[in-house]
Design a protein around this ligand. Structure first.
Ligand SMILES: Cc1ncc(COP(=O)(O)O)c(C=O)c1O
Length: 276
């Protein structure tokens, strides 16, 4: 908790629980991400904190937005983001939501199976799609393994299917697990992403983008490596697996953008025992 938050909580008059977020910390986090990965666009994961003040600040700083629902898309638009700065990153979407997102101008969608591709081809024709691949999430405090994403070999078929359906196969995404304490986790995932790029290339599909996902840790009680450490490790891994043909990259920080910016103050009224 920083000095400004401590003062705010000391001076506030209202009773009851309170969540206070220091926008200056969010600003600093955004700047650190932008500096640590200067050639990478930041798509803030709106689910981490969709407060209008957070979204407006990030929009004014130039951030793009990773959204997982229509209300999140609407909030990002209301905060000042144009549709070309918003992705619909949830791999399992209702078809009516895909259509609504398309009507709102969204043209970048995540997929991880052919059936999702078919939905997007029908309701968001011509859009860009990126295919999420599975990650083992080793080293993460909140692994998201097997929740979303397909095997890399299947991703190639999914992206080829997208091309056949009139979509633009745009790239590959992964999520190395939330609160990822090992900066080298991206190395394994990038090796797999590069293999998908290669296999797609052999089928005449030239992918453009790697979505490096979220996972950047925030400091709760224990120290975590700096964003710069993660940036350096990721850049090295990109060089190692893509040589001098590094693709366009994006990151989707959630926790790492807002986790250390807020505090919840609550009061323990009673710890009641139910037996002696
Ligand atoms: C697709 C996607 N991107 C980004 C995030 C944000 O992850 P983190 O909070 O670990 O940065 C999540 C979290 O679930 C996610 O599912």
């Amino acid at each position: 908790m920083n000095e400004r938050i401590r003062n705010f909580l000391r001076d506030r008059r209202e009773d009851g629980p309170c969540l206070v977020v220091d926008l200056e910390v969010v600003r600093e986090n955004y700047t650190n991400f932008a500096k640590a990965l200067p050639d990478t666009r930041v798509f803030y994961a709106v689910k981490a904190n969709p407060a209008p003040e957070v979204l407006s600040l990030l929009a004014s700083l130039g951030s793009c937005f990773d959204t997982a629902s229509i209300p999140e898309i609407e909030m990002a638009l209301a905060a000042g983001a144009t549709p070309d700065r918003i992705s619909f990153g949830n791999t399992i979407k209702k078809e009516r939501d895909v259509a609504r997102a398309y009507a709102l101008g969204i043209r970048l969608f995540a997929v991880d199976c052919k059936e999702e591709v078919d939905k997007i081809a029908r309701s968001a024709p011509g859009s860009r799609v990126f295919c999420r691949i599975l990650s083992d999430c080793v080293g993460a405090e909140w692994p998201l393994s097997r929740k979303f994403g397909c095997e890399p070999a299947m991703a190639v078929d999914v992206l080829e299917h997208a091309l056949r359906q009139g979509l633009e196969p745009y790239g590959v995404s992964f999520h190395v697990g939330s609160q990822q304490r090992n900066q080298h986790a991206w190395d394994r995932a990038l090796a797999q992403a590069a293999a998908v790029f290669k296999e797609c290339g052999e089928r005449g599909i030239n992918l453009s983008m790697v979505n490096l996902g979220g996972g950047f840790p925030t400091k709760y009680l224990k120290n975590v490596p700096s964003v710069k450490t993660y940036g350096n490790a990721i850049f090295k891994a990109l060089r190692k697996h893509f040589g001098n043909r590094i693709p366009e990259t994006i990151i989707e920080p959630g926790r790492g953008m807002v986790g250390n910016a807020g505090v919840i103050e609550a009061e323990v009224v009673l710890v009641s025992k139910k037996s002696e």
